[in-house]
Each structure stands twice: as structure tokens, then as C-alpha cells.
Design a protein around this ligand. Structure first.
Ligand code: SF4
Length: 427
């Protein structure tokens, strides 16, 4: 297999029409992002300003945390008498003060907005700057919205990172292009990428978000940023506003996607394709070998994606090109044509693409297509299973490390496992 599969402009689904739907949707809100962000940013704390529903959502999404004091909480405001908003601001100040006294390890505090009208009326950005002034330099306070009115679940990460961009330090010493990888990755994936960058001889690279808020990457006009996740539109815009330049690439899913992503990283900082190829070949070959075992089971099987995580297009590209699956419909909550241009070019021509959701109509299309596997949110999975469909929860694809060469086989396994399970049940 060649190192990089050339991308031809105008090929695949680059110019394909997209079915746009604006009806009822079944997706989690942006608060869900706290679950993986609090693991990544080890000295940050996420204080949701919301209702009991919000508290319930993140508690059940996170599971029960017995062994460690969690780094998120909910300040419940909806049951108070909020006749005076000044009272709510005072109450928020009191909650934050109490929290910071009890948790001196916190360096970065996010006030996370939510849907209830009481919260929408609160000016959280004013609260954040007031509290920052009070608690800096020990603790920086920022805010973003995880509200279900504004965000689907991965957009919570986008909103969080976009809020962080303005406080990234300015790089004064950039002589040559420096690489910034953008998007929360599991530590194990980040370490693997670091090893490959080192093997390529790449010296100046950083990850955003960083594990510690006291080691935020500096950015400047020589910063070349490479998205590791496809749902970071606002973060990319904020980085570009600060002079950084985006490196176009498919996303690092599968052997092929990771190869192209690594090549894009190398090219952005002036490395030759041969240098990158030499550094990544053993890992790429391991990934190809791991995928071969799954291809036998997935080849020719059909798959339907309901819109949920914005990972749908890169996943569909991986499953169709590297595992031979047939794409019946690829739905996404939002299609960022620029950031997904390389993915669109790699999708087979004629793929049905949809953006947004009208859930009943989409369920009808799914029933008519009778796909072998359906990727969807938790709310749709159980009813579809009951109708005899094999489902995969899209949220699992966000919580599981799936990027990079070493994870390619595991990623394929996430699709073979539900099929095997159903076969066993049928037997
Ligand atoms: S932010 Fe909105 S959608 Fe999310 S849990 Fe709270 S009330 Fe529900």
C-alpha cells in the first residue's frame, strides 16, 4: 500500500448534495464534553451552572466516581427565587469561593452555562472575569456554554477550547513553523503521536488542550495547527484570529487517515514525505495487519449513521475505504465543508449525506435501508435494537481512544463486536 492515497479535488463526495433537515433531534447537549475534558485537563474544574437535569446528566454520563473527588459539579440555580439577578451572581460568587477554598489544586475553573432560562439570564462571562480578577494568579476563571439549545455533545469541547484560545500565551521566539495538535486526545494516543513526531525529527510541537493549565502552548504567526477532531470549528476560527494557520488533512482514523494526517503534520513544518514515511512505516504496517482481521467480517456489510458526534464522516470514510463497508446514509449534526473537504473527497461518490435531523423521517429511511449496523445516540439505540437492528452507540466512539495507528484495530473492533454479538444471539 502506498504511503499516502492522493486526494483528487472534485472526487468522491466533494460536490455532493447534502440533505438538510431541521426537525426534532435526538442528541446529547454540550455538557457531555466535561466527561472527557476533565480527564484531559488535570488541574481544571468544570462548574456547571444549571438545573437538576444537568447535574443528573453529567453524573450518569460519568458513572459513579467513588475513588476520586471529581473535577466537576453543578451549581443548581433553577429552584431559587431569582427575582433579583444580583442575588444569583452573589450566590455564584459564594459557591466558587467555597469550592476554591476546599480545592486548592484547581488552577483553571470553567463556569459552564446551560439551558434553564434563569441561567441564560445570568451573564456568565461577566461573572468569569469578575472572579478571575479576584482569584488570579492562582486560579483563572473562564466560561462557555454547554446548553442543549446551542450545542450538541461534541460542541461542548469546541466551546471550551474556543474560550481558552484568547488566554494562550503569545510566542515571541518562533523562527520556523511550529506544530499545534488541536483537540482532546486520550493520553495514550497523545503519547503515541509524540513518539512518532520525535521519530520524524520534529522538535517543536504541542498539544491543545494541554494536560496542565500552567503549560498552555504559546501561539503566533508561525503556528500551524492540525485538527485531531472534526468538531472544532469555533476553536479553529479563534486560533486563526490569533494568526495561526490550519493544516488541511483527513482525520487520524485508521491506517490511511493517520498516514495522511502524519504526512500533513510533517509537510506543515517542512519535512519530506520520505522522512515521515520512514518514521511511521512500522506503526502503519501494524495497523494494516490489525485491520485485515476485521475486514473479513465487515466487507460488504452496510452501515447507517444518525447524526451525533460530528465524527460520522471520518468514520464512514474509514469503514468504507479500509474495511469495505457500504454506506447507506451518513448523517452529521453539522457539516463543516472546509474542515471536512479531504474526508468528503475520500467518500465514495453517491453516498447519501445528511445534515441536521428530523428524527422520524430519518428513522423511516433507516428502516427502509435495513442496514447491518446503525450508529446512533443512546436514545435511539434501544428502540432500534428492539426492532432487530444492530447498533453502535456513537458516544462510545468519543469516549474510546480511536485515533492513530495503534488504535486502528480497536476502532474496527467496535463495529465487528456488535455484529458478532447479534450472530451469537441469533444462534
Ligand atoms: S444543559 Fe440543557 S439539555 Fe443539557 S442537561 Fe442541562 S437542561 Fe438538559
Amino acid at each position: 500500500m502506498s504511503a499516502v492515497i492522493p486526494i483528487h479535488a472534485g472526487s468522491g463526495c466533494s460536490d455532493a448534495p447534502v440533505l438538510k433537515e431541521r426537525g426534532q433531534r435526538e442528541v446529547f447537549c454540550g455538557l457531555t464534553g466535561i466527561i472527557w475534558l476533565h480527564r484531559k485537563m488535570q488541574d481544571a474544574f468544570f462548574l456547571v451552572v444549571g438545573s437538576r437535569t444537568c447535574a443528573h446528566l453529567i453524573q450518569s454520563a460519568a458513572g459513579v466516581m467513588i475513588f476520586a473527588e471529581p473535577r466537576f459539579a453543578t451549581a443548581i440555580l433553577d429552584e431559587r427565587d431569582l427575582a433579583g439577578l444580583a442575588d444569583a451572581q452573589d450566590e455564584l460568587d459564594r459557591v466558587v469561593k467555597r469550592l476554591l477554598e476546599r480545592r486548592p489544586d484547581i488552577r483553571l475553573l470553567f463556569l459552564v452555562g446551560s439551558c434553564p432560562s434563569e441561567v441564560i439570564k445570568l451573564d456568565l462571562s461577566r461573572a468569569a472575569s469578575r472572579l478571575s480578577q479576584q482569584f488570579m494568579p492562582q486560579v483563572r476563571v473562564l466560561n462557555y456554554s454547554g446548553s442543549g439549545i446551542e450545542t450538541t455533545f461534541t460542541q461542548g469541547e469546541d466551546a471550551c477550547l474556543a474560550a481558552l484560545v484568547p488566554v494562550l500565551p503569545v510566542s515571541m521566539q518562533q523562527q520556523a513553523p511550529e506544530l499545534l495538535i488541536v483537540g482532546a486526545l486520550a493520553d495514550v494516543v497523545e503519547d503515541q503521536f509524540s513518539r512518532l513526531f520525535n521519530a520524524m525529527g520534529l522538535k517543536q510541537f504541542a498539544f491543545f488542550p494541554s494536560r496542565s493549565s500552567t503549560a498552555l502552548p504559546a501561539i503566533g504567526p508561525q503556528t500551524r495547527f492540525l485538527l485531531a477532531q472534526p468538531f472544532l470549528g469555533d476553536t479553529a476560527k479563534a486560533l486563526e484570529a490569533r494568526g495561526a494557520r490550519r493544516v488541511a488533512s483527513p482525520f487520524p482514523l485508521g491506517a490511511e487517515g493517520t498516514t495522511a494526517w502524519m504526512q500533513a503534520a510533517g509537510a506543515a513544518v517542512g519535512l519530506s514525505a520520505a522522512t515521515v514515511d520512514q518514521a511511521i512505516t512500522p506503526a502503519r504496517q501494524r495497523a494494516e495487519l490489525a485491520l485485515a482481521a476485521h475486514r473479513e467480517q465487515l466487507q460488504g456489510k452496510s452501515i447507517f449513521f444518525f447524526p451525533d458526534s460530528q465524527l460520522e464522516l471520518p468514520l464512514a470514510r474509514f469503514l468504507s475505504r479500509e474495511l469495505g463497508m457500504t454506506l447507506t446514509e451518513v448523517g452529521t449534526p453539522y457539516l463543516h465543508r472546509q474542515h471536512l473537504a479531504e474526508e468528503l473527497a475520500w467518500l465514495p461518490a453517491g453516498t447519501l449525506l445528511s445534515e441536521g435531523q428530523d428524527v422520524e423521517k430519518q428513522l423511516d429511511r433507516c428502516r427502509a435501508a435495513r442496514p447491518d449496523v446503525v450508529v446512533c445516540g443512546l436514545g435511539l439505540a434501544n428502540p432500534l435494537e428492539a426492532e432487530g437492528f444492530t447498533t453502535k452507540w456513537s458516544i462510545e466512539l468519543v469516549f474510546t481512544p480511536i485515533q492513530g495507528f495503534e488504535q486502528a484495530g480497536d476502532l474496527a473492533g467496535l463495529f465487528t463486536r456488535p455484529l458478532t454479538r447479534r450472530q451469537l444471539l441469533a444462534a
